[in-house]
Design a protein around this ligand. Structure first.
Ligand SMILES: [Zn+2]
Length: 319
């Protein structure tokens, strides 16, 4: 199938039964300028000490469930190793530190996931562990506090599609207010793509940049990371960074030249102080280094590249 130059909302109507998943195409050959930039950055070691701000580590049964869900409803996950194998693969591929995320899809799962990730992060200092809670579950605030104080996790991850809750829902705001109070960042998949009816919720109805703005107005000191540059409202989310100094966006799957091109790279580079390199590995249909290669070729300025590659993440996560 030829590469499609339509935008994601055309590709993935919210009423579709399945995500419309593009095939993995080889990256286009770099222009001479892009090839020179990439070579220079390899030479300088700029691609071998990166912070991947969006990695997933799960207990094996949960990874297996994720693989089944993705096989049925989304893309073919290329790397299917355990958490330990995932960490080793990232280290072998130029990732010095990683922000590891879990998310709970049902009530009662968060404490187990947070304990699991806390133990991994204690054993492996290159992991910045980010726990989870299901908004609205009993003792949600207590679960957040325990994740940070007991399990040593550094923030909280929520996923509006998987958890079927809007970012401005009072149950979500309760969790985010707890993060603000504790001074820890929240990572919230609040963008409307990639959507699928298989989530059992209308992703476009519960996610949009206006809802995110409302929450940021309500919680002015909350440090918030929105993954995937807020796909597919890329431009609106980048502009939102101008309004809110504590808002960050990660590049996961949005800068891998996989989904049809809708991102304005000039606008992205203008907001480089808020952009975090992230991959979503291992829940991706291509090899781990794809996103890094695209960024190394397309971000023009070396200082801005360094910010994206790890400088911003180091500041945000205090490492
Ligand atoms: Zn993810």
């Amino acid at each position: 199938m030829a590469r499609m130059h339509t935008n994601l909302s055309q590709l993935q109507p919210c009423c579709a039964d399945h995500m419309h998943v593009p095939p993995v195409h080889p990256l286009a050959a770099p222009t001479p300028e892009e090839a020179a930039r990439e070579a220079r950055r390899i030479e300088q070691g700029a691609l071998s000490a990166m912070i991947d701000a969006h990695v997933h580590l799960f207990p094996q049964p949960l990874f297996a469930a994720l693989h089944r869900w993705f096989d049925a409803h989304a893309w073919n996950i290329a790397f299917r190793g355990s958490s330990e194998e995932t960490i080793a693969h990232l280290h072998q591929n130029g990732v010095a530190r990683m922000v590891a995320l879990v998310f709970a899809h049902k009530e009662g799962a968060s404490r187990t996931l947070n304990r699991y990730l806390g133990q991994l992060a204690t054993a492996e200092p290159s992991i910045i562990g980010v726990g989870t809670v299901l908004p609205g579950e009993p003792d949600a605030r207590g679960i957040v506090k325990e994740a940070i104080a007991v399990h040593g996790l550094r923030g909280i991850k929520l996923h509006c599609h998987v958890q079927r809750v809007a970012i401005d829902d009072p149950r979500t705001v309760e969790v985010l207010a707890a993060c603000q109070e504790l001074g820890v960042p929240a990572v919230v998949h609040a963008g409307r793509e990639p959507s699928s009816a298989a989530y059992g919720v209308d992703c476009h109805a519960i996610c949009n940049v206006k809802r995110t703005r409302r929450v940021l107005q309500q919680l002015p000191n909350l440090r918030l990371v929105v993954p995937h540059i807020g796909a597919d409202e890329y431009g609106d989310y980048l502009r939102l960074c101008d309004e809110f100094p504590h808002l960050y966006l990660d590049t996961a799957m949005a800068c891998a030249d996989y989904f049809p091109d809708a991102l304005d790279w000039t606008q992205l580079e203008q907001h480089a102080d808020r952009v975090l390199y992230g991959t979503d590995f291992p829940i991706v249909p291509y090899e781990m280094g794809r996103e890094r290669t695209v960024l190394a070729r397309r971000i023009v300025d070396d200082v801005k590249f360094a910010q994206i590659a790890g400088g911003n993440a180091a500041r945000l996560w205090g490492v």
